[in-house]
Design a protein around this ligand. Structure first.
Ligand code: NDP
Ligand code: 8X3
Length: 251
């Protein structure tokens, strides 16, 4: 059995594809999300391939985050790799029209949720002088695009937190790494456009977007390097995408 990996946001998209790939590669898994039926399905499907457990909680609740980690079954208590993946965009509006609820959701989930998860798990990594934190940022954390305002801010924050973590945890031999994808075809746009699936589909039309499996592959590669190798910051676009807003839709 390989090391134990905790993945937030494992019920969909990048997190789910990563869970599937890591299960096939014999990692022991702790899979997290809010949707219970999806977690049950993951237990059923991936439980045949590897040892796994699931945790149902909202990363916005600091009490639930700490309780979930604390109450893990004994054999899952040592977490070697934390993949901070849970997150989404909520809305795509000019700043003057932005919804306060959307802003709260993005800052609470993408930024504070990532911090709570990290805070709950870093102490055991420090104690062991060993560990790996992979933060899923975004190209939106490198470049601001029209109407991206607060989502971009949340991912700029992830980028900064990732760098800060690496500096502060360096003395404890803990690896810290960020992966920043461009457009990936997942449930991301369904969430951003609040269930308007027709609008969501248009985001990925006319070109080949990245697939969740592409990012899973990269995550697997990053966490499988020898311990002295830390891929610090990795940006990945679909070939059709040159910048946040320059996408060749005539491929
Ligand atoms: P999905 O919507 O497919 O997956 C998002 C995951 O996050 C789900 O498993 C969801 O699970 C979980 N999640 C959302 N909110 C919460 C919450 N409050 N508490 C716990 N879990 C939560 O999107 P992606 O797979 O695309 O997104 C994964 C990450 O990748 C995000 O951080 C996103 O910002 C980032 N990203 C995505 C890109 C894209 O184009 N798709 C590009 C760059 C980065 P559940 O609802 O069950 O809780
Ligand atoms: C998701 C990619 O370009 O929609 O982070 O912001 S984008």
């Amino acid at each position: 059995m390989n090391s134990t990996v905790l993945i937030t946001g494992a019920t969909s998209g990048i997190g789910k594809a990563t869970a599937e790939l890591l299960a096939k590669n014999n990692f022991r898994l702790i899979l997290c999300g809010r949707r219970e039926e999806r977690l049950k399905q993951l237990e059923e499907d991936l439980g045949k391939l590897t040892e796994l457990t699931t945790l149902q909680f909202d990363v916005r609740s600091r009490e639930d985050v700490f309780a979930a980690v604390k109450n893990l079954p004994k054999e899952f208590q040592q977490i070697d790799v934390l993949i901070n993946n849970a997150g989404n965009a909520h809305g795509l509006d000019p700043i003057q029209d932005g919804s306060l609820d959307d802003w709260d959701a993005m800052m609470d989930i993408n930024v504070k949720g990532l911090l709570y998860m990290s805070k709950a798990i870093i102490p055991q990594m420090i104690e062991r002088n060993n560990g790996f934190i992979v933060n899923i940022g975004s190209t939106a954390g490198k470049e601001v695009y029209p109407n991206g305002n607060v989502y971009c801010a949340s991912k700029f924050a992830v980028n900064a937190i990732n760098k800060g973590m690496r500096i502060d945890l360096n003395q404890y031999n803990i690896r810290v790494s960020a992966i920043h994808p461009g457009l990936v075809e997942t449930e991301f746009s369904d969430v951003r456009f609040k269930g308007d699936t027709e609008r969501a589909k248009t985001v990925y039309q006319g070109y080949k977007a990245l697939q969740a499996e592409d990012i899973a592959d990269i995550i697997h590669f990053v966490i499988s390097r020898p311990y002295h190798v830390n891929i610090e910051d990795l940006v990945v676009f679909p070939t059709a995408q040159a910048t946040a807003t320059l996408v060749n839709k005539n491929q």
